[in-house]
Design a binder for this molecule. Sequence first.
Ligand code: PEP
Ligand code: MN
Length: 340
Amino acid sequence: MIIQLQKNIGEITKQQIINTVASMKYKSTEVNTQRGSYLVCIGKSDFDIRNIGALEGVFDVHRVSESYKLVSRKWKVNSTVIDLGDGVQIGDGKLSLMAGPCSIESEEQVRSVIAHLVKNNIRIMRGGVYKPRSSPYAFRGMGIEGLKMFSSICKENNIKLITEVMEVSQVNEMHDYVDVFQVGARNSQNFNLLEALGKVDKPVLIKRGMSVTIDELLQSAEYIFSAGNEKLMLCERGIRTFENAYRNTFDINAIQILKDKSHLPVIADPSHGVGIRDYVSKTGLASVVAGADGVIYEVHETPEEAASDGQQTLNFEESADFIKKAMLLEGLGLNGRLVF
Ligand code: PEP
Ligand code: MN
């Protein structure tokens, strides 16, 4: 059960609600976010929910039986919109595109990608400075100095920036330079990191881990929300299956199901989802039809020379073609978002 508290509720009134809930053998956790105050109550006994709704200080009350609560659409029917400022919004009904290289490599590279994004009206650039690589000998990113450079060029061009944070100790040092923190697939269930990101006032995009179920992804998002940050987005980026004809199995079903189960924006990552450049565009377009609020993909001037993930990275021509087709679907009203 989620009890939404009235704004400016007094401590005594709040305690009375907690006591009433406790007398019904429910344990409550208090959650305070940028947008509201809630009590998430866990228990089994049956009772008339109207008795809670009638209590002083209660704004609204909802029964949510899933293991995730605050990220569920059961209590918040309206889709969440993430506002990055300067007119950049995600989840507002329009398709959001976020593109950039897998890794930030140099100032020249950032400038060349930004020029491509600006030309194609894309307002959000991705790029990793801390890279989780399977091999310790692979390029592992430019680190915080690379992020500072990336951030200043983005600001110059009025572009928003999304980048991966890999551990708790990086959250503070990165904070002022990012618009969206990305939690990578490998950290999808790093609960310490998730909790740390619950304490910042910056949006978070959380990716689904390679062997994480849809319910587990939602519970990971719940970790961040319940720690105080409700500016969240979910990302499907493919899971690991027995199939090895491509890098990952992009779970198109997850897009629709996540949209149904949760009020959070759902972003598709077809680059990691399929892992082969020739198929990225079609997988991306399919996810738009399935209802994704946005697509995040990898682009580079010369993918063959990219420091990481070149095999799944579009060049500028392929990227421009993808953008054109995605916008065409949008214009024709073929995006699956219309049903949510
Ligand atoms: C990335 O976005 O470059 C990345 C490492 O993604 P994932 O965590 O989905 O593998
Ligand atoms: Mn990558």
